[in-house]
Design a binder for this molecule. Structure first.
Ligand code: K2U
Ligand code: ZN
Length: 167
């Protein structure tokens, strides 16, 4: 397994739309293993393939305390959502930036698992937030895109200043 470099906002590759996985082969299985290792090492509780510059509809999530409950979502589709929740979000592609984002409280998501079997999952709470956050990535969106233009400008300026300092 390998650690993969995570794209940083405002990298334009984060805006690319991921394409469906047509065949679950060894390359997809290796991508999932590398994404999982990268997520755990970051550390994070989710990671979308877009963030590691692979524009395929693959997401890994583990919201468990013990970090022993890896969920793999291939070609995920949210079929239903209900309710509303607002929570503080961060993003491995936008380090050091946190902001409140409004999400659906509950989602029903259909996806393919690593065995190619179609699954459906009813999720709420943090898992529902994470699924929505990762599916935004697959659609070329980061959580900053949900914020006001003023906040987005301030975040871009802050990250640009950070980049100059660390260059
Ligand atoms: O996509 C990512 O960057 C992974 C996010 C997923 C996430 C964002 C907001 C809310 C829930 C999940 C990272 O895991 S952000 C870092 C993090 C770590 C532990 C708990 C919450 C967020
Ligand atoms: Zn993110």
């Amino acid at each position: 397994m390998s650690l993969l470099p995570i794209l940083r906002f405002p990298d334009p590759r984060l805006k690319k739309i991921a394409v469906p996985v047509l065949k679950i082969d060894d390359s997809i299985r290796k991508l999932v293993a590398d994404m999982a290792e990268t997520m755990y090492e970051a550390p994070g509780i989710g990671l979308a393939a877009t963030q590691v510059d692979v524009h395929k509809q693959v997401v890994v999530i583990d919201t468990s305390e013990e970090k022993n409950d890896l969920r793999v979502f291939i070609n995920p589709v949210i079929e239903q959502c209900a309710g509303q929740q607002t929570g503080e979000e961060g993003c491995l592609s936008v380090p050091g930036i946190y902001n409140k984002v409004e999400r659906a409280e509950r989602v029903n998501v259909r996806y393919m698992d690593l065995d190619g079997k179609t699954q459906t999952l009813q999720a709420d709470g943090l898992l529902a937030v994470c699924i929505q956050h990762e599916m935004d990535h697959l659609n070329g969106k980061v959580f900053v895109d949900h914020l006001s233009q003023l906040k987005q400008t301030r975040i871009r300026n802050k990250l640009a200043k950070q980049a100059r300092v660390t260059a």
